[in-house]
Design a protein around this ligand. Structure first.
Ligand code: KG4
Ligand code: ZN
Length: 329
């Protein structure tokens, strides 16, 4: 089955074509217009998607040496995300589907991130998955594809949002995660003991940590680059510890020795390294998507869509964009 996957949930216009679960082509147009504002400006994001959606589709088809008529299905993110951005991808997909008589299915963006763990890999369930992105921090028990139990989520900021905000405090551009990771490489992660939130159960909280960095900066204006590196590395370590504690707890409590971490923050090398170490010690199998499929991409949407389309499940034309779409709804 040949499937085109489209994601326009935030500021990237992402598309991919997969054939029988193999990725043939993948393209992402990342909007740079937002970096000077320190975050995504929704209206600008929608306008850029309109400009980019046709060229990105043409390139994705060309790279895969495919024509539209060869597609067996299209998957598109219908939520959660910025509603204006979602609408561009969804309306575009519906027009394409209707005019070319190709079935389409609306995909939940979080479920898409779950499927990024299965790109060119076998699906093994049950499975504990942590989605850590700019908008979400969700700990999920995957009973089987399509059957999910949310174990916990963030009570305030998402993990990626915390990276972006602390990067802003350190004068680094958006998105902040890769910038903090880079700065941390030469920093001392034990230099400052930032707090790890003590939240019961499987929930997370990052606003206290963010405030701790803010107050630390007020009290000690970093004079040198070394000092900023130490702050970045100590902050990154605190986020990694908080994430790892809950995901390992869920794996142990539920007696499921399989953990996956996906979403933009899962590209973080320190998080990957720490989790691998703990996985080896506790005999838990740990997996991550390939780096290119950690952040938003079309391949995860195409793979998730092909899973449903292969089972004869598609969406009606009155499917709406849902900025707050929840998993399993
Ligand atoms: O999954 P994603 O592309 O978009 C959303 O669905 O939100 O995640 C983007 C988020 C941003 O907050 C970005 O700062 C963070 O992922 N991120 C990282 C890294 N790469 C991206 N955070 C930490 N370390 C990274 N290497
Ligand atoms: Zn995402």
């Amino acid at each position: 089955m040949i499937v085109l996957g489209i994601d326009t949930s935030c500021d990237d216009t992402s598309m991919s074509i997969i054939k029988d679960r193999k990725v043939l082509s993948t393209n992402i147009f990342s909007q740079i217009v937002h970096s000077k504002y320190g975050g995504v400006v929704p209206e600008l994001a929608s306008r850029d998607h309109i400009k980019n959606i046709v060229p990105v589709m043409r390139k994705t088809l060309d790279d895969a040496k495919m024509e539209l008529k060869q597609l067996d299905g299209i998957g598109v993110t219908y939520g959660p995300g910025l509603v204006g951005s979602l609408l561009i991808g969804l309306c575009f997909t519906k027009s394409l589907s209707y005019s070319r008589r190709i079935p389409f299915i609306g995909i939940n963006h979080i479920e898409g991130h779950v499927f990024s763990l299965f790109i060119e890999k076998e699906i093994e369930t049950p499975f504990i998955v942590l989605i850590v992105s700019g908008g979400h921090t969700e700990l999920i028990l995957i009973k089987e594809p399509g059957s999910y139990e949310i174990l916990g989520s963030t009570l305030d900021d998402a993990a990626g949002e915390a990276f972006d905000k602390v990067a802003g405090l350190l004068g680094l551009p958006y998105p902040g995660g890769p910038e903090i990771e880079e700065l941390s490489k030469t920093g001392n992660r034990d230099a400052i003991n930032f707090p790890r939130a003590n939240v019961p159960g499987y929930d997370f909280s990052f606003s206290g940590l963010k405030t701790a960095v803010l107050y630390y900066l007020k009290d000690h204006r970093p004079q040198t680059i070394d000092h900023r590196q130490d702050i970045a590395a100590s902050f990154q370590e605190a986020v990694c510890d908080s994430l790892i504690e809950k995901v390992v707890k869920a794996s142990e409590d539920k007696e499921i020795p399989r953990i996956g971490i996906a979403g933009g923050v899962s590209a973080n090398e320190r998080l990957r390294e720490k989790l691998k170490e703990i996985g080896e010690k506790k005999e838990i199998d740990v997996s991550f998507p390939e780096k290119e499929f950690c952040t938003d991409n079309g391949a995860m949407i195409a793979l998730c869509a092909s899973y449903y389309l292969e089972r004869g499940i598609s969406s009606p034309y009155d499917l709406k964009a849902e900025s707050q779409a929840r998993l399993g709804c």
